[in-house]
Design a protein around this ligand. Structure first.
Ligand code: COA
Length: 329
């Protein structure tokens, strides 16, 4: 008979941190390379400026900074971290995972460590897995990170994507709690739409020539899918958590596009008191990093506080999505 692992009955987010690159890139700079206008970009996406990483702001550096902030926020000693999960699509090495180096640099050098590829749903995927690892007993504390340098894989001359994507990192410490701090995840995928946000060539195909496999996007089907289907997933996350919209304090969707956020807010019929994350206006779309970045921005602005109940939902290339209700540390 094999002994089964047993963990904590409940888990929650104990600390959150983020890293925002120093350089703000206004729409005017984007317009140097695409035929568009400041007004079009703002009306269609809500973005006024975005953050792009400088050379020293690597995936590793941004992750370590976000993780250290989350660790300090949680008060957990890094040596207690049993697993590091890094959600990213822009660590541009097939192997090894960036998670192992992050583990070393944050002071958890022997933790289990791996990367996941779940695009803009990455942070929510990471939190869902961390929740189950803690509750299942595979790790006492888990560091879940979402990090991207999308500026590296964005074609600056493509008017469909050049203004959207951005860089940054966010992190959460998940560990045992006395009461449920993370609701059941509602997640899934739709591989029939794999081509709508994708790299069109594999690394093998570009080997030998100097073209870079940029990220391409067929924005309109993504927009329609996100605006209609994701509100349903978010509603299901509320239902399975037994939480009513009126009980929420915050709605923090992936910062994909302000219009998608507004469409979801309307469909979910969120009451006026529920504060809605709008970090995209100043930060752009940072994929896996956008939710923790938005949460820390709301904390800094005094809009979010410890104990708040938040509905989070990530969605993106795959297509993939994940939504859950969380209580803020
Ligand atoms: N500047 C000016 N015009 C542009 C433009 C740009 N950067 N990009 C496209 N256009 C034009 C198109 O050519 C089209 O012109 P036409 O009507 O003459 O053919 C028109 O604007 C509308 O294009 P469309 O692609 O339908 O725009 P849209 O309303 O769908 O907005 C996005 C485009 C990208 C802002 C929007 O589709 C979007 O945000 N989608 C979701 C993207 C997203 O969230 N991705 C991340 C998920 S993780």
């Amino acid at each position: 008979m094999i002994t089964a692992s047993t963990g904590s009955q409940y888990a929650g987010i104990l600390g959150i941190g983020s890293y925002r690159p120093r350089r703000a890139v206004p729409n005017a700079e984007i317009l140097e390379q695409i035929d568009s206008s400041d007004e079009w970009i703002q009306t269609r996406s809500g973005i006024k400026e975005r953050r792009w990483a400088s050379e020293d702001e690597t995936v590793l550096m941004m992750s370590v900074n976000a993780a250290k902030e989350a660790l300090a926020d949680s008060g957990i000693d890094p040596s207690e971290i049993g697993c590091v999960i890094v959600a990213t699509v822009t660590h541009l090495y097939q192997t090894p995972a960036i998670a192992t180096r992050i583990a070393v640099e944050v002071g958890a050098p022997t933790a289990a460590a791996f990367d996941i590829s779940a695009a803009c749903a990455g942070f929510c995927y990471g939190v869902a897995m961390a929740n189950d690892l803690v509750r299942g007993g595979s790790a006492k504390y888990v560091l879940a990170i979402g990090v991207e340098r999308l500026s590296d894989i964005t074609d600056r001359t493509d008017r469909g994507t050049a203004f959207i994507f951005a860089d940054g990192a966010g992190a959460a410490i998940v560990g045992p709690t006395d009461e449920p701090g993370i609701g059941p995840v509602v997640w899934g995928s739709d591989g029939t739409q794999h081509q709508v946000i994708s790299q069109k060539e594999s690394w093998v195909e570009v080997h030998g020539n100097h073209n870079w496999p940029h990220l391409t996007m067929d924005g309109n089907p993504v927009f329609r899918w996100a605006s209609f289907e994701m509100a349903k997933a978010a509603q299901r996350a509320l239902d399975v958590a037994g939480v009513k919209a009126e009980q929420l304090d915050l709605f923090v969707p992936h910062q994909a596009n302000m219009r998608i956020t507004d469409a979801m807010r309307r469909t979910l019929k969120l009451p006026e008191h529920v504060k809605v994350a709008r970090d995209i206006e100043r930060q752009g779309n940072t994929s896996a990093a956008s939710i923790p970045l938005a949460i820390t921005a709301m904390r800094e602005a005094g809009e979010a506080k410890s104990g708040d109940l938040a509905l989070i939902i990530g969605f993106g290339a795959g297509l993939v999505y994940a939504a859950q209700v969380i209580r803020l540390p």
